[in-house]
Design a protein around this ligand. Sequence first.
Ligand code: F6P
Length: 449
Amino acid sequence: MIIVSNRLPITVVKRKNELSFNASVGGLATGLCSVSSNALWVGWPGIAVERLNEEERGYIKTKLIKESCYPVLLTQRDVDLYYNGFCNKTIWPLFHYFTQYAVFDKKLWNAYRQVNESFCDVVLKIATKSAKPVIWIHDYHLMLLPRLVKETLPNAKVGFFLHIPFPSFEIFRLLPWRKEILRGLLGADLIGFHTRSYVKHFLETVYRILGYEHAHEAILLSNKKVKVAAFPMGIDPEKFTNALSDVKVQKEISKIRKKVGERKIILSIDRLDYTKGIPQRLEAFDLFLEKYPEFREKVTHILVGVPSRTRVEHYKLLKKRVDELVGKINGKYGTLGWVPLWYIYRFLQFQTLIALYHLADIALVTPLRDGMNLVAKEFIASKADSKGVLILSEMAGAAEELKEAIRINPYNKEETVEALRIALLMSEKEQVKRNKAMQKRLQRSNIKQ
Ligand code: F6P
């Protein structure tokens, strides 16, 4: 099988002329790493080609191919117009219902088309070696690719999976290139989404824009049927429970516990993205400390923001807003012996992540819109003793499965405040009951099955 995604699971970083190979962040890489062991992977290694000399390009290529990764090299212009541009200034905001942030610019669209063709060239080079290749294309960066591949390789089995929400027709119709995008996707034999709502939106959109009817979750084209279904992305729960016995994780746990003391830990981990609802969450935490002073000095909110898409304007503005809010809250409530908010703006090592999941009494996951959200699932999976409370936004795809979480509307600050109070006061018996039910469900939808 050939997996194709914008980013390879390995990102190449160059600092002071030193190259390093790091694990990529985000749900796609995390989710697919568990199932990719026998696959070849085509994608971008995360660095513009101009930043590498001839020798470095060769070195990177050899090193990646050894890991079954086939790089698509992008120029700085591609990165600006396709990745930062059409992907993250047009599709990303639009599909997450941030219509006011969406930029509609033909130059960006042309770059998107051209980069999808470059991906196609690399895929074809590998796929033509097999008589009946199976190609699994991922995410909103590559929505033209299914059709491009099928045009040259009609025998290939092509699947497409969208990792972000598919919006309702009323939102999608705003896109000037809506027909081209839908036709690109319909090149696939099977199209998957995280939830049934996204499937419904897609089927309605295809009907209203292109006029194709559907029956039994398949779209009827003149020459073929395209199957459309929901496949909520799971995780590998054992990876999280087993990691707890790792010595390094145990060391991290005692280190953090020593620093936090007996205080309850409220944990949030996200890419620093405006869809994650971080300012709204911080405002709710502020209100919580204001309204319930008895919890001051009793809780520590650890907020991890993983740097993401730092060249896009709205991400820069978000960073500034989060910095300000963190400063404001710590200034307002902090004492000599207590810092209410610990803000970490950095990628976390797996061991630290597991330690935090283990230690957290509450996971506060409040996206304004999210395709799935694996952090919510990872937190539940890491709870070997089934203790801990998940507060989860109803706007996350994961909320359709994690029904025993305390579910909130992230725009409703008062509701988040009450959820925090309920979570902090919840009996252990109730916590275990809820988490056991969710853990059972996570086992059933294990990514490996
Ligand atoms: O989940 C959506 C997604 O774009 C994934 O494709 C990716 O894993 C993640 O967000 C991180 O995004 P980026 O590749 O832009 O850093």
